[in-house]
Design a protein around this ligand. Structure first.
Ligand code: IPM
Ligand code: MG
Length: 367
């Protein structure tokens, strides 16, 4: 049988440098654990625009559809800010999500013990935090029609449409309930049913799906109150399910609870393919960080942990995923810190590749 295929799209900014460390980790699993992948690389975002005039070529899109899993670094940068909307680097990412139909975006926010002091919140509020945000990723205001900027009288009007069908709500709700069953059996759904019809429907459908999961304790919150509760006492949550835009905001908020955006991975999952694996794209929650790109300062952990999620959700290698996550925990406990993980401590940070070295050492030590 041939090896499972991994398509790597490093993208822009710090994407290529953090992905270089992930490549070493992937090789380690091939050498030491007999988990070999057929790895290939391609362009996305600004890098693809520079090469082809589009942030994702049709060829790359087709390769992503065929891959067993896609691993993406980051897209975007100031150089592309003035481009037309239709060819902005972000459109490459949105096209992948939409055409692969990756409707369930899993964004864990976990606080590593070694970093609890680093959160802007008090230590007892975040220590041991382990929540999962499930963000709907292929619909809502990101994709709803009509959209655009139109002329009306003597001024322009910007229009976007929040739109959710029942089936779109149902499938992401089901993913969230399934996850809750494997975790703490608590699910909180967030919308704005007090002002939005789409929120009313969201709440109704999630409640209906919940009847199939009587063991899961389901609650509902308005998304603004949810944001407040996330900063007040985040440990009250286990799994949160929410729409595309609220999920974008709430997942950044949840991420920062843990101390650094440089730590958090994500998985975007769609329907099962013929081989039973879900369509899947894995990417760090952080962006392309153009201000530090190319300087070896970036923290590769979010991207490394994204590969751990790939091991778990695409390749049924939960044990090996846990090995990699444990290695990251060890490295942090040992005190290894990239620049984003240092406050005003006056210590010299380690580089991107030194962090990669440390994780590889911890992996060796795990054998
Ligand atoms: C994210 C990002 C993206 C989004 C951008 C880069 C299009 O913020 O993945 O959270 O808004 O979804
Ligand atoms: Mg975002």
């Amino acid at each position: 049988m041939s090896n499972p295929s991994l398509l790597i799209l490093p993208g822009d900014g710090i994407g290529p440098e953090v992905m270089a460390e992930v490549r070493r980790i992937i090789d380690w699993f091939g050498d030491k654990r007999g988990l070999a992948f057929d790895v290939s690389e391609d362009l996305v975002g600004g890098a693809a625009y520079d090469a082809h005039g589009a942030p994702l070529s049709d060829e790359t899109m087709a390769r992503a559809q065929d891959a067993d899993a896609v691993l993406l670094g980051a897209v975007g940068g100031p150089k592309y800010d003035t481009l037309d909307f239709s060819v902005k680097p972000e459109r490459g990412l949105l096209r992948l999500r939409k055409e692969m139909d990756l409707f369930a975006n899993l964004r864990p926010a976990q606080c590593f013990d070694a970093l609890a002091d680093f959160s802007s919140l008090k230590k007892d509020v975040v220590a041991g935090l382990d929540i999962m945000i499930v963000r709907e990723l292929t619909s809502g205001v990101y994709f709803g029609e009509p959209r655009g900027i139109i002329e009306e009288g003597n001024e322009r009007v910007g229009i976007n449409t929040q739109r959710y069908t029942e089936s779109e709500i149902e499938r992401v709700a089901r993913s969230a309930f399934e996850l809750a069953m494997k975790r703490g059996k608590k699910l909180c759904s967030m919308e704005k049913a007090n002002v939005m019809e789409s929120g009313v429907l969201w709440r109704e459908v999630v409640t209906r799906v919940g009847q199939d999961y009587p063991e899961v304790e389901l609650s509902h919150m308005y998304a603004d109150a949810g944001a407040m509760q996330l900063t007040r006492w985040p440990k009250q949550f286990d799994v949160i399910v929410t729409d595309n835009l609220f999920g974008d905001l709430l997942s950044d908020l949840a991420a920062m609870l843990t101390g650094s955006l440089g730590m958090l991975p994500s998985a975007s999952l769609g329907a099962p393919m013929a081989n039973g694996r879900p369509k899947a794209l894995y990417e760090p929650v952080h962006g392309s960080a153009p201000d530090i790109a190319g300087q070896g300062k970036a923290n590769p952990i979010a991207c490394i942990l994204s590969f751990a999620m790939a091991l778990r959700y695409s390749f049924d290698q939960g044990g090996e995923a846990a090995r990699l996550e444990k290695a990251v925990e060890t490295v942090l406990a040992q005190g290894h810190r990239t620049a984003d993980l240092l406050g005003e401590e006056g210590r010299a940070p380690i580089s991107t590749s030194q962090m990669g070295d440390a994780v590889l050492e911890a992996l060796d030590a795990s054998l």
